[in-house]
Design a protein around this ligand. Structure first.
Ligand SMILES: [Zn+2]
Length: 51
């Protein structure tokens, strides 16, 4: 059996590509993940509130 290729997407905040992770793929939340890290997610939330 072949493993599924590691999925990647650009972070919605910093734009850096990041790959799928166990904590997301295991919960099947990859489609909901927008940011590469908690820091980016928090920063994006702050920007939204200020804007
Ligand atoms: Zn990021």
């Amino acid at each position: 059996m072949a493993r599924a290729p590691l999925r990647t997407k650009p972070c919605a905040y910093c734009g850096r590509p990041f790959s799928d992770r166990k904590r997301w793929s295991g919960r099947d939340q990859w489609d909901e993940v927008l940011y590469c890290s908690r820091g980016c997610r928090a920063s994006a939330a702050k920007q939204r509130r200020r804007a």
